[in-house]
Design a binder for this molecule. Structure first.
Ligand SMILES: Cc1cc2nc3c(=O)[nH]c(=O)nc-3n(C[C@H](O)[C@H](O)[C@H](O)COP(=O)(O)OP(=O)(O)OC[C@H]3O[C@@H](n4cnc5c(N)ncnc54)[C@H](O)[C@@H]3O)c2cc1C
Length: 295
């Protein structure tokens, strides 16, 4: 389908971009990789009068790894994450989850900032941001603010961003080396959005008990969510088959996905249980009888 008629601007600096967005009072939209916005325009799900191309703003395509964590500039693409060998150690959960995003062409252009701002409930990056307590740096006409990922998403395709605000950076807190983790998702084909996905990490204390468990899910609510009840079941316990089964049961009860054209809610709920069993088995290096994974 042809795009609606619109104007186009390509500011050279962040301040210029923000000033242009602010001057349009909600009638302009930033475009980064265009991998979500272009389809939205083509399907008339978005109809801004002006596109503000932020794709070449300087300084926003850096991946920094330091003792403060991993910083991803808003214009970092999936491909850049995939190619950065440091991340396998600095944040293996991020690297594993992002490996599931889309196809080669989309991965070359789609950006971290665009994914967070687009706020698809089944997208991997928002899920990782929420699971890992990421901090988003957002800049607008009134200056800069830091927004915790958990407070950033307001619903499907809805965030707390004001029309003049741009995401410039996302920081993932430091990753402990011995941390246990797992990520799994289920989609109909490789590169498709997940019907459901689960991300988990925890640390083990000297007794071998789980602490600081983080469990996040995508594709089963209007935004990525943490399963705090499941985290409560895991914390203070030693990883075991029984614990994994118990956690999976609690997870099934903790989500209430609605039916849509891709799957019934009950199917997605079951997926969450099965995927959680798988990632906890991976994280704990525990073998679970395959028969438990009846999809
Ligand atoms: C065929 C296909 C398959 C896909 N599969 C997946 C998948 O499996 N998983 C997945 O996560 N994604 C998937 N995507 C989406 C893809 O990852 C997009 O790249 C991403 O969601 C948006 O990034 P973008 O840079 O292209 O954003 P754009 O399309 O340019 O913009 C998206 C939205 O974000 C806003 N925006 C962009 N950058 C900023 C910023 N810095 N600050 C504030 N607002 C901003 C725009 O105004 C717009 O509203 C798929 C896309 C396609 C076309």
């Amino acid at each position: 389908m042809k795009l609606p008629s619109l104007d186009y601007a390509r500011p050279a600096t962040l301040n210029e971009a923000i000033a242009i967005l602010a001057a349009q009072g909600g009638d302009a939209k930033a475009i980064a990789g265009g991998q979500s916005l272009m389809p939205m325009l083509a399907f008339r799900l978005a109809a801004p009068k002006l596109l503000v191309d932020i794709g070449r703003l300087p300084g926003l395509n850096r991946i920094d790894v330091s003792e403060d964590g991993v910083d991803l500039g808003a214009l970092v693409t999936w491909r850049m994450i995939e190619r950065d060998a440091r991340l396998a150690q600095a944040h293996p959960l991020l690297a594993a989850a992002i490996a599931h995003v889309a196809h080669y062409q989309v991965r070359n252009r789609g950006t971290v900032g665009g994914s967070l701002a687009h706020a698809d409930p089944a997208a991997e990056m928002p899920g990782i941001a929420v699971t890992c307590d990421a901090l988003l740096t957002v800049v607008g006409l009134n200056g800069m603010r830091i927004v915790p990922a958990a407070a950033f998403f307001r619903g499907g395709l809805e965030t707390v961003l004001a029309p003049d605000e741009l995401i410039v950076n996302v920081r993932l807190p430091p990753w402990r080396r011995a941390r246990r983790w797992g990520f799994a998702e289920f989609g109909r084909r490789r590169g498709d959005f997940a019907m459901a996905g689960v991300a988990v990490y925890y640390d083990l204390d000297v007794q071998g008990d789980i602490g600081d468990a983080h469990v996040g899910v995508i594709g089963v609510a209007d935004r990525p969510v943490r399963l705090k009840d499941v985290e409560g079941i895991l914390n203070g316990q030693r990883p075991s088959v029984d614990l994994i089964r118990q956690a999976a049961d609690v997870a099934r009860g903790a989500v209430d996905p609605s039916d849509d054209i891709h799957a019934e809610g009950a199917y997605r709920r079951e997926l969450v249980g099965v995927l959680l069993e798988r990632v906890l088995a991976t994280a704990g290096n525990i073998k679970i009888p395959e028969a438990a994974w009846h999809l």
